[in-house]
Design a binder for this molecule. Sequence first.
Ligand SMILES: [Zn+2]
Length: 172
Amino acid sequence: MINKSILSVLILITAISCSDKTQTNTKMTIQKDSSPFTEEEWKAKLTEEEYYVLREKGTERPFTGEYWNTNDSGIYVCKGCGTELFRSEAKFDSHCGWPSFYEGIDKTKIKETLDMSAGMLRTEVTCAKCGGHLGHVFNDGPKDKTGLRYCINSVSIGFLSKEKYDSIQPKK
Ligand SMILES: [Zn+2]
């Protein structure tokens, strides 16, 4: 319990320091290898906040995003390219202030990279198709599932309700 509280505080501090750093230094290194668009095209396509998180690896403030506290059935997709990333069945309440999932739909669709920024050793997760920054994955997820916690920025993802998702599937 104590460890969890410390972790939450650390995450909060990191989130705050991350956003401070980015506001004063907008020229961050951006991964371009898998991006289907130029940075100018991304800027035109995304809102300012989406660009900051997806392309500049920013972090939204905890407990402020659209999906941190939702339980609706459906599919979460990449805001950058529409790739299906997470199922609502894998979402759990982590109390960390960001939507959290214990697994992705398909391991090949989520790229994991060692991240040593902000004085921490973390594993960054990005969309394998467009290179968009999604968040980080930690080892403190539900022990009866995968033990993983994919801590994802709401602004990096979109949501398709089960009804909407079913309605757009090709008819058999
Ligand atoms: Zn994507």
